[in-house]
Design a binder for this molecule. Sequence first.
Ligand SMILES: Cc1cc2nc3c(=O)[nH]c(=O)nc-3n(C[C@H](O)[C@H](O)[C@H](O)COP(=O)(O)O)c2cc1C
Length: 181
Amino acid sequence: MKTLVIIAHPDINQSRINAHLKQAIINQPDITVHELYREYPDESIDVQYEQRLLEDHDRTIFQFPNYWYSYPPLLKKWFDDVLERGWAFKGRYALRGKAFGVAISSGFTPEDYRFDGHHRHTIEQIMAPFYATCNFIRTKSLPLFKTFEDLMVTEADLDQQAQKYLEYLRQSFSFHYNAWE
Ligand SMILES: Cc1cc2nc3c(=O)[nH]c(=O)nc-3n(C[C@H](O)[C@H](O)[C@H](O)COP(=O)(O)O)c2cc1C
């Protein structure tokens, strides 16, 4: 299985979590790492190149920090530009049957992301646009890979999380959310 990881961190040089996760997955034979902010400093996305990358991989994981309960802006632009009508939906469903996932880092703790917690919403809830997109373009959606900043205190915590991330990227999931089937 070929896995593409699309990293969207606006300032990876200042990152602890996403930089650490990235280190664990680069140079793995079955994983392609693609960094949007590095590739497109002017935010001008090469749509055909991105579409080819998606077509060439079975699974795509979007890795990014939670910014105001959403994607960083270049990743939102990526969805706007790359998932073109006639390619991703309407007429053609080029990604039908492929799997999409999200590896999101957030501040706070898991307890803060509960109905009765600080944010009053779960991470799954705030990622509703992602799930709706997968449904619309007929990709399978994978469980989220979540990292909470307040739990990543030591280097050992980061190392352990990076190991779990590698396992997540290679895990086969028996359940996929396929609303259209
Ligand atoms: C502009 C901005 C908005 C943020 N919004 C949220 C948010 O809505 N929820 C949250 O839990 N953390 C939020 N954070 C915290 C980041 O998600 C967190 O610091 C980041 O995931 C840590 O990963 P890193 O070390 O790779 O940067 C925000 C940070 C910034 C800079």
